[in-house]
Design a protein around this ligand. Structure first.
Ligand code: ADP
Length: 481
């Protein structure tokens, strides 16, 4: 592409040079010819007047005088009388009498008719066998003085000038081809740079930056391509990350499901191997198998929830929700497990009775369930306290416990899928490691957020933040975690 455009520019520039040159050539040639002819004419006019002065009026010694003048002016001189008879001719002394009447010759006719007494013509002279330029002067001495010159002499001069002109022109044209090529290359250089970089990007080097110093359209193109490749790079990185997450998810999920499945298999095999007949043993085994089935069910439910949440706003059915009522609902369900561990479940609220939050009530309760469940799971003594804090533009719901707390370095990770600080302990308590990542998704689709403050040994506080004036028109984009 570069070469073609380069060639086109070179050709166009060269064409321009050539056209310009031809115009100059024609004009100069024309001016030169006209000027030279004018010069020659006025010179010949003077010579006519001079000849008329130098050549006596009488017929005696006319011929030698005419020849003398002809030598002086380096031309042919003819003297013709009023009737058109040739009196003397510098070049044909002998045959003068054989000449025909000259009155009809064009230069004589012109001289008769013109105001200044001069007449001219260019024609072939049979006496001399050449093109001659004739100038006739009607003298007050009642005769015509005619001077003739080789037409060639004029043409030779013009030709010589033309030759010089054409030769130098060829040199100039050769230079202009070179100049055109250099100019074209200069114009094309930034584009070549862009193409080189684009080539790099094409072969996968997305971080290759296009450097275009020119502050023109090429510069803009370069900047645009840079922006494009940056975006492409970002998108690809994000896609890769997503891919990694998917792969991890499948691996983690399989691992997570395998444990309860192999437990169930163990219990069932033992039962079939004979334990079935001992009723107390078989009952215990069946109960254990059932608890593993329930665990399976809860993991599968969590995975389903997560995948539904991932399809973003699709799963969201918005209502004006009485938040206090939702919180009390969830607390009522978890009252038992709390009191079984000797924990107090508390609620402190600053919400007006008529306060309603635009949210998905099912998802809101699910987030609360996950946080309250965790609070109870990871707390041995003390309380789990739910609090609300309402401001002009947001509602915060916090779930605080007096449990084991979380190490600062673990905090960024606990919202990842399947991530558990203490795997054995969590699993033993029926955790799948998906709870907090579900909470995070729920907060995402409500355009809110979840955060945590925690101190090991003293407890944790999870805060749900709901912005109040949200525009829930669906948005595009992919959220990695
Ligand atoms: P799990 O099902 O294991 O509870 P979650 O996603 O709910 O999974 O939590 C991830 C990890 O975060 C838990 O394994 C636990 O280590 C930690 N965690 C969550 N909530 C609390 C809490 N209230 N106190 C202490 N650690 C917690």
């Amino acid at each position: 592409v570069v070469k073609t455009i380069n060639f086109q520019i070179t050709l166009s520039l060269f064409g321009l040079f050539l056209a310009g040159f031809l115009v100059v050539l024609i004009v100069v040639d024309h001016l030169l010819t006209v000027n030279l002819r004018d010069d020659l004419m006025s010179q010949m006019r003077l010579q006519c007047l001079l000849a008329d002065e130098l050549i006596p009026s009488g017929t005696d010694s006319l011929q030698p005088r005419v020849e003398h003048v002809a030598r002086l002016i380096e031309g042919r001189v003819t003297v013709v009388d009023e009737t058109g008879r040739v009196l003397a001719d510098s070049h044909h002394r002998q045959r003068v009498r054989e000449y025909g009447n000259h009155l009809n010759h064009e230069e004589i006719q012109q001289a008769i008719r013109s105001v200044d007494g001069f007449g001219s013509s260019i024609r072939y002279s049979e006496t001399i066998n050449a093109d001659l330029l004739y100038l006739a002067y009607k003298s007050p001495n009642r005769r015509f003085i005619r001077i003739a010159r080789h037409q060639e002499s004029l043409e030779t001069i013009v030709d010589r000038v033309r030759t010089v002109f054409v030769v130098s022109a060829l040199a100039i044209l050769a230079l202009s081809i070179l100049a055109s090529h250099l100019i074209a290359r200069r114009i094309m250089r930034p584009l070549s740079a862009i193409i080189d970089s684009a080539q790099e990007i094409k072969s996968g080097h997305y971080d290759r930056e296009i450097v275009v110093r020119e502050n023109n359209e090429f510069g803009e193109l370069g900047r645009m391509l840079n922006a494009m490749s940056t975006r492409l790079k970002d998108d690809i990185e994000q896609l890769r990350k997503l891919q990694d997450i998917r792969r991890d998810f499948v691996a983690n999920a399989s691992h997570e499901l395998r444990t309860p499945v192999s437990s169930i298999r163990g219990y069932v095999e033992t039962l079939l191997d004979g334990a079935l007949h001992d009723e107390s043993v078989s009952r215990r085994f069946l109960e254990r198998a059932l608890s593993n089935v329930l665990r399976l069910e809860s993991i599968v439910q969590d995975m389903l929830d997560l995948s539904r949440l991932e399809s973003r706003d699709r799963g969201l059915s918005l209502r004006y929700v009485d938040v206090s009522a939702s919180i009390r609902n969830v607390m009522a369900e978890w009252e038992d497990s709390a009191s079984r561990k000797g924990l107090r479940l508390l609620y402190e609220t600053d919400l007006p009775a008529d306060f309603r939050l635009l949210a998905d009530p099912y998802q809101l309760e699910k987030a609360l369930v996950n946080l309250i469940d965790n609070g109870i799971k990871y707390t041995e003594t003390g309380h789990v306290r739910i609090q609300t804090h309402l401001t002009a533009d947001r509602l915060e719901i916090s779930v605080e416990d007096t449990g084991c707390g979380i190490l600062p370095e673990e905090i960024p990770r606990i919202f990842e899928r399947f991530y558990r600080v203490d795997k054995g302990r969590s699993r033993q308590m029926g955790g799948s490691g998906l709870g907090l990542s579900i909470v995070r998704h729920i907060m995402d689709i409500h355009r809110g957020s979840v955060s945590v403050e925690s101190e090991v040994g003293r407890g944790s506080r999870f805060i749900l933040l709901f912005p109040l004036h949200v525009d829930f028109t669906p948005s595009k984009g992919i959220s990695p975690v």
